[in-house]
Design a binder for this molecule. Structure first.
Ligand code: OAD
Length: 260
């Protein structure tokens, strides 16, 4: 371990109090909820960070809405090609690896993510519930055509026309103004209902309904830890707020399960 890493690790270890350590070691039924901050250390910009966030440079309404796609599909698809290129060059980071370790070590633990980049799955996370879809999935935009495919070739831009009907393909992500996939949302809600422990990492908590999940779990009596260098609307309500990066805090939590 490098000196800087050692220092960061010592700092986060001090934030993990005995109550949190004991809770994790009891292996509670756990829900992990992640957002764009988790992939920030893989080099993928978040949406809302002031200098680097995507929405500081681009307007959601112009790029991530059905209206934008209707008005200028090429512009929207070019932007998604650029994002896929960026993701294809990225690797899962220590936070993604730690989530996989937590899922493996905590019986019945499940991951709900708002991220569309697929890095959790690349790190080996099983059964991730993707609330906002996946950028590597493509589906036909034509009403009535059900063509859908997974585009796994990370070296070439995604195809643009539907092999079934010839109309335009769109990314399989949720845009502003669209509904979340019903099954994914129902599963996430159910998991929040029964969770004893919720880890919320790397999300601003500004986009609903995902933002409501930790509050719902709190109402049902779950313990909640938030991992985010910044404070959010959840910070006050959560039992713990670890004010550091997910790449530091999540491995520290996972390490608690290795300790004898
Ligand atoms: P945001 O960009 O809104 O928030 C990212 C959060 O991650 C911020 O609160 C940062 O402080 C925090 N953060 C940054 N670096 C971090 C790090 N290394 N470790 C931990 N936290 C860090 O992203 P989301 O909350 O995921 O939706 O945004 C939710 C949704 O809004 C996205 O899924 C997307 C967007 O519009 C759709 O596209 C439908």
């Amino acid at each position: 371990m490098q000196a800087a890493d050692r220092q960061r690790f010592a700092a986060v270890s001090m934030m993990i109090d005995d109550r949190l350590a004991e809770l994790i070691r009891r292996r509670p039924r756990t829900l992990v909820l992640t957002g764009a901050g988790l992939s920030a250390e893989s080099g993928i910009p978040t949406f809302r960070d002031a200098q680097t966030g995507l929405w500081s440079r681009y307007s959601p309404a112009e790029l991530a809405s059905p209206e934008a796609f209707e008005a200028d599909p090429e512009r929207v698809l070019d932007w998604y090609d650029w994002r896929r290129e960026l993701i294809a060059r990225s690797r899962p980071n220590a936070g993604h690896t730690a989530v996989k370790r937590l899922l493996d070590a905590l019986p019945g633990a499940r991951l709900v993510t708002q991220n569309v980049d697929g890095l959790h799955q690349l790190a080996g996370a099983r059964d991730a519930i993707e609330l906002h879809g996946n950028i590597w999935r493509l589906r036909c935009a034509a009403p009535g055509c059900r063509h859908e495919r997974y585009w796994s070739d990370r070296t070439a831009p995604a195809p643009r026309s539907c092999p079934d009907c010839g109309k335009i393909l769109r990314p399989g992500v949720v845009w502003f103004g669209e509904s979340l996939p019903a099954q994914a949302l129902a599963s996430a809600w159910q998991l929040a209902e029964v969770a004893e422990f919720v880890i919320v990492a790397g999300t601003s908590g500004l986009v609903h309904p995902a933002a409501a999940l930790p509050f719902h779990a709190l109402e049902q009596g779950a313990r909640v830890v938030e991992i985010n260098p910044d404070r959010t609307a959840l910070s006050q309500a959560a039992h713990w707020h670890l004010a550091c990066s997910s790449g530091t805090a999540l491995p520290a939590l996972a390490d608690l399960l290795d300790a004898p």
